[in-house]
Design a protein around this ligand. Structure first.
Ligand code: ADP
Ligand code: MG
Length: 352
């Protein structure tokens, strides 16, 4: 568009706006994987299979056996700001139970990739629907034979935004990000069978029939699983603070790594990172861990809905609490107690 007379300020066309917005939601393959896996979990899937090629840059496929979509739903789903999960701001304020609610993921992923969605509602027999979407436009919608549930394929991510594509890192790095995302959801949902396959090789798969311990075994292997001890603390057993409970598994101090990668922490079921939580964990281990060494941790924190804002930016996983100090003390106490009970801590001087 040429600017109207007398001004340099012009209206961007819809395509440009969509692609700029997409760059903010979908930064790399792992961000698309996160959105798609969240959709599958929100759809009540009992299995979620993630397949990627070349770190997700060439192909991301997320197949679920969730509630599925009929043709009209599928057409609506790829439009901007369409969601079945909330009706308005009031729903957000009373706390959303679903992982998604913005109604922008499918639309934005679809505006920077070639998207193919096949879906069939669980309770409808007969054909499902296949929708092909490219660079933000619906290319075709046709009946197709497919299992109940939804399979979303994202090909050539950022094919039409070369600047963003250029910022992608090596296949190994992009894969590591995807692995981390899928791992987080697999650990938080032991009742869902989650698998990850990269370039034809299965990275891990959980059975969907076990508990957290079983999920850790599937994801991290036997050595790590054997080193995990349970953390189980209610708020009233902890120092004063907002946390209602701290539960999960933490590793023996000697089973550690030089990366924070294996600190999987969740607040009200959402995978997040928070300085206060990490510092609480590290405080509990104290000098049992060498410098720059981190334990394996899968820790779930529950806080009252009004004490935490879920309306965080989709890309930001970092949360802050009103009272970070109290959260740090509570996490420290919960983890410390578990380690002490298992004789895994040298006693330490009481802190003031
Ligand atoms: P949001 O998750 O914020 O609602 P999305 O763009 O991710 O927005 O999805 C739009 C809508 O499409 C969802 O609200 C849901 O109704 C539907 N949808 C997306 N993925 C799936 C899926 N895997 N199974 C069933 N329905 C889905
Ligand atoms: Mg979503």
């Amino acid at each position: 568009d040429s600017p109207p007379d007398g001004t340099e300020i012009r209206q961007l066309d819809e395509d440009t706006v969509a692609r700029i917005a997409a760059g903010e939601v979908v930064e790399r393959p792992a961000s698309a994987v996160k959105e798609l896996v969240e959709n599958s979990l929100d759809a009540g899937a009992s299995s979620v299979d993630v397949t990627i090629e070349s770190g997700g840059t060439e192909l991301i496929r997320v197949a679920d056996d969730g509630r599925g979509m009929a043709e009209a739903d599928l057409r609506a789903a790829v439009r901007q700001h369409t969601t079945s999960k909330i009706e308005g701001l009031e729903d957000l304020e009373s706390g959303v139970a679903t992982l998604g609610f913005r109604g922008e993921a499918l639309h934005t992923i679809g505006s920077v990739s070639k998207l193919n969605i096949r879906s069939r509602p669980r309770d409808a027999d007969g054909a499902g629907t296949e929708l092909v979407y490219e660079g933000g436009d619906v290319v075709s919608v046709e009946p197709t034979g497919c299992p109940a549930g939804t399979t979303v394929e994202v090909e050539d991510l950022f094919y039409n935004t070369p600047a963003r594509r250029k910022f992608l890192k090596t296949t190994a790095t992009e894969f590591a990000h995807v692995n981390r995302v899928v791992t987080r959801y697999a650990l938080a949902n032991p009742d869902v069978a989650v698998s990850l396959t990269h370039d034809g090789r299965e990275v891990f798969s959980t059975t969907g029939q076990g508990d957290l311990q079983a999920a850790v075994l599937s994801v991290y292997g036997r050595e790590v699983a054997a080193a995990m001890i349970p953390v189980e603390a209610d708020g009233d057993e902890l120092p004063v603070g907002p946390l209602e409970s701290v539960t999960g598994l933490v590793s023996h101090p000697e089973t550690n790594r030089s990366s924070r990668e294996y600190l999987a922490t969740y607040v009200n079921g959402r995978a997040v990172t928070a300085d206060a939580v990490r510092e609480g964990i590290m405080g509990a281990y104290g000098t049992q861990l060498g410098g720059d060494r981190y334990p394996f941790v899968v820790l779930f924190l529950d806080v009252p809905g009004d004490a935490v804002d879920v309306n965080v930016h989709p890309r930001k996983r970092e949360v802050r609490f009103d009272d970070d100090d109290a959260v740090r003390r509570q996490v420290d106490a919960a983890v410390e107690r578990a380690l002490l009970e298992h004789g895994l801590l040298r006693s330490r001087a009481p802190r003031g």
